[in-house]
Design a protein around this ligand. Structure first.
Ligand code: PHE
Ligand code: ZN
Length: 853
């Protein structure tokens, strides 16, 4: 049976809830298939509300009893919950419901993962736990009692501070009013890695990372990251932790990365567990960032939360921005910036330039889970960065103080956020606010002029139509610019031009010789830049730009130009690019991590997007061939340099995940992957055999697979790690990543038959299906087998886990870039998915939006 057409929810329809919740007390009687949840909730009429209908959300609940002020009450079942007649005065609601955690494969609400009870309530999961006004503007303190069979669940955790506990029960109390989406409960056989922290005002906090027995040696790094985050937030934002304890739990089955539940953060085990043997440098860095992200939410998200889900970027954009600042401080600022821009271009740009494009603050949705997107998170963070650039560091700090002061304990909107900046700086930010409401990536075009001794930059902006938005107004775009002379000296240090009109000119007088501009330094705005310059100029900037980001960008532009000319005209790889890059690789004064990034080149998917923008139809096979040829050319032209680069970046001594040694390993491994083309895998095989950490082991495996010499290493790797879920995820992914395009779908298909393909585990599903979709030439291989395979599995997963299914539909979002044959094949698959009986609301919305491209 096909469900009724999903309802669309609009920002403009917001109304406050008719009641205020003064307190919540919950008792959980845990049972794998029949958990009882007893709730006692004190309500009173909300004087600010116009609609006093008493409606409580509830889904998949069996109501056992409901009382108001101690008397049984008749409830009416309505769409998405229940209604009841209530007194026009304060009253107490008591209910008992039964739920089935074991049957909950969607991983939303209360579910079980490897015998452990676990919750996930953001965004609208609490309604699967009990009847409640499950909306972020309803905030309350929570008191909790957890009861369970003490043998199987010795550890029982919830938000706030632990109160009394004993055999088979534990009480918790959270004194900070919070929305239900921050509720969490965990119970099971867990072991703690413990530590402590003293806050800036001298308050002691008990810290613990809880894991399954056997994983306790993988917690030390996460704990250090947590303490660093706590210190950093005190020092940089003046924010202190506010409970007696802070707990983190690792779970294997989780739809997302991690969740900031008050005092009880729950993490996908891939985002917290790390040991040198099992986690790569990239994993370590990511773990540090996610621990920081979730911790920072304590203030930006929890103490100040969102009025409604349209305001998601209020907490997410700001918290991503904060965690990026943290990583830049802990590691290298330019490297972090480049990493983030690569990610933005890979994930946010395609979203913003395709059928799923939506504003940073969306105005409507059917399923909010579909809006935890790169646009809300990453573009949301870019918007905060631009605001900081425009007002300056000091004014930003002052505004943030005012924000915390004014809004602590509230559920806020983007209007509140902007108002804080207007009040503290006196600036009119009405045009800036368009960044929150206009979707799409603005395109900035630059033209240079030099006359007399005046240099002029003519800037213009435009923005292509996006779904629901045909016309766009000009936005405020901070364009950071510096000027160089012919020797590469900076004759004008970085300054920020504010482009606010469709066309605007900026003059720089007093330049006796023509200066060379470096534009959009540090990627000062999330835009695309069109600047008609030749490769000599790019090579000059690659050699001399004093802005680390733009220097990298110049290399990127040269690489892109070389690749496009290879694809379009069959030209050989650009000598200017290869020579410039070689000089840079030889420069030992440059950070190895930075040089490793320099060795990279635009992804195949990015090239496809570029060709599409140029009005051409990208051919995935041709793009793949050109990309491989450029790598081959690098191997050949750096043949003498590579062994030295590799040798010079071997790290002595015990493994440390810090930026320094990690950067050296990334350069050595980038060199290794090219070197393998020259030595047939000899060096890689040695590295594989000698490796005492996952960074070296996995990159050697990748290089060997690329050289088709990976068979032995693959089975050795499997034998060594077959009992480690997170490492086996890597074993699956790496084989797909390194497969030849024509073998990608068959490889992935074969994995679906593998005994370890536990497809209900989101990490494992993504390790195979997610990586299939990311292999550009393989996924888009002409036979369309990749499309069919992915669609088959999305159809299979949807009834089990709609959230993860819906997210992965975005693999098809770029379909209109490709030729008619491929488009036809993709359309067939999308329509096949859309036609499934009982398709989830999540997946229905995604497929419909993509099909409407
Ligand atoms: N709020 C979580 C985070 O950023 C992400 C998340 C969303 C997790 C929804 C689970 C469900 O930081
Ligand atoms: Zn977040």
């Amino acid at each position: 049976m096909k469900d009724a057409a999903p309802q669309t929810i609009y920002l403009k329809d917001y109304t406050p809830f008719g009641f205020i919740v003064d307190s919540v007390a919950l008792t959980f009687r845990l049972h794998p298939t029949a958990t009882r949840v007893l709730s006692t909730i004190r309500f009173r009429p909300n004087p600010d509300a116009t609609d006093n209908r008493f409606f409580l959300h509830g889904e998949q609940l069996t109501l056992i009893s409901a009382k108001i002020n101690g008397t049984d009450v008749t409830t009416r079942t309505v769409e998405g919950g229940i209604e009841a007649d209530v007194p026009n005065a304060p009253f107490t609601w008591e209910a008992e419901v039964e739920i089935n955690p074991q049957a909950n494969t969607a991983l939303e609400g209360l579910y079980m993962s490897n015998g452990m009870y676990c919750t996930q309530c953001e965004a609208e999961g609490f309604r699967k736990i009990t009847y409640y006004p499950d909306r972020p503007d309803v905030m309350s303190t929570f008191d909790l009692r957890i009861e369970a069979d003490g043998d199987n669940t010795p550890v029982m955790l919830s938000n706030g501070n632990g109160a009394e506990s004993g055999a088979g029960f534990a009480n918790w109390t959270d004194p900070w009013p919070k929305p239900a989406y921050l509720f969490a409960l965990v119970a099971g056989d867990l072991i703690a890695h413990e530590d402590s922290f003293t806050t800036m005002s001298g308050k002691p906090v008990k810290l613990a990372i809880w894991v399954r027995p056997g994983d306790e040696h993988k917690c030390a790094f996460g704990m250090e990251a947590l303490k660093k985050s706590m210190t950093w937030d005190e020092e940089v934002y003046g924010r202190e932790y506010d409970l007696d304890e802070f707990n983190i739990v690792a779970v294997d089955d989780f739809n997302m990365g991690a969740m900031e539940n008050k005092g009880l953060n729950i993490f996908n085990s891939s985002c917290v567990l790390a040991s040198p043997e099992t986690a790569t440098d990239g994993n370590f860095e990511r773990i540090e960032a996610i621990i920081a992200h979730e911790y920072f939410h304590n203030w930006t998200g929890n103490r100040i939360t969102c009025r409604d889900w349209f305001q998601l970027c209020l907490k997410e954009g700001l918290t991503v921005f904060r965690d990026a600042q943290f990583t830049a401080d802990m590691r290298s600022e330019p490297v972090k910036r480049i990493d983030d821009v690569i990610a933005l271009r890979a994930r946010q740009f395609p979203e913003d330039q395709g059928p799923l494009s939506h504003p940073v603050r969306p105005e409507s949705f059917q399923e909010i889970n579909n809006f935890y997107t790169a646009t809300v998170y990453e573009k949301g963070a870019e918007v905060i960065g631009m605001l900081k650039t425009l007002v300056g560091d000091e004014a930003y700090a002052k505004a943030l103080d005012l924000y915390f002061d004014r809004h602590d304990g509230q559920a806020c909107t983007i209007e509140d956020w902007i108002q804080v900046f207007e009040d503290s700086t006196g600036r009119d930010l009405s045009q800036f606010k368009l960044w929150y409401s206009q979707s799409g990536t603005p395109e900035v075009t630059v033209r240079e002029e030099y006359e007399g001794d005046t240099f002029t930059l003519h800037l213009s902006q435009k923005s292509a139509p996006t779904p629901g938005q045909d016309q766009k107004a000009p936005q405020v775009i901070p364009v950071a610019v510096g000027l160089l002379n012919d020797n590469g000296d900076e004759v004008l240090p970085t300054q920020v031009l504010e482009l606010t009109e469709t066309e605007q000119s900026f003059t720089f007088p007093g330049h006796a010789t023509r200066p060379i501009p470096s534009i959009l330094r540090g990627f000062s705005a999330p835009v695309t830049l069109t600047h008609d310059i030749d490769n000599d100029r790019r090579a000059f900037l690659l050699a001399h730009d004093t802005d680390a980001f733009n220097r990298w960008e110049a290399g990127r532009d040269l690489a892109r130009d070389s690749l496009l000319k290879a694809i379009q005209q069959g030209e050989a790889p650009s000598a200017a690019y290869l020579d410039g890059l070689k000089a840079l690789l030889r420069d030992d004064s440059l950070d190895p991590a930075y040089r490793a990034l320099m060795l990279g080149q635009p992804s195949q998917s990015e090239l496809a997007a570029t060709l599409h923008k140029m009005g051409e139809t990208p051919d995935p096979a041709a793009i793949h061939a050109a990309s491989e040829a450029l790598r081959e050319a690098k191997a050949q032209s750096f043949a003498e340099l590579l062994p030295a680069l590799y040798a010079a970046n071997q790290v002595e001594g015990p493994y440390r995940p810090d930026a320094g040694p990690a950067g050296q390993r990334s350069l050595a491994n980038a060199a290794l992957s090219l070197l393998t083309r020259l030595d047939g895998g000899e060096t890689a095989a040695k590295q594989f055999d000698a490796a005492d950490n996952m960074t070296l082991q996995l990159s050697a495996l990748g290089a060997l697979l690329d050289a088709a010499k990976g068979e032995d290493a693959l089975s050795a790797f499997y034998d060594q790690w077959q009992n480690d879920r997170l490492v086996i995820d890597k074993w699956f992914s790496m084989q797909i990543m390194q497969a030849k395009p024509e073998n990608v779908a068959t490889t992935a298909q074969a994995f679906t038959q593998h005994a370890d393909f536990d497809w209900k585990n989101p990490n494992r599903f993504r390790a195979v299906m997610g990586v299939l979709a990311m292999h550009h030439a393989g996924f888009h291989f002409e036979d369309g087998a990749g499309y069919t395979l992915l669609a088959d599995w999305l159809i299979k997963l949807d009834p089990v886990n709609p959230q993860t299914t819906a997210r992965m539909c975005s693999a098809f979002q770029t379909w209109k870039r490709y030729d008619e044959t491929r488009q036809g094949k993709i359309r067939t698959e999308l329509e096949r998915i859309a036609g499934q009986d009982g398709l989830s609301r999540d997946t229905t919305e995604m497929v419909t939006r993509i099909l409407n491209a």
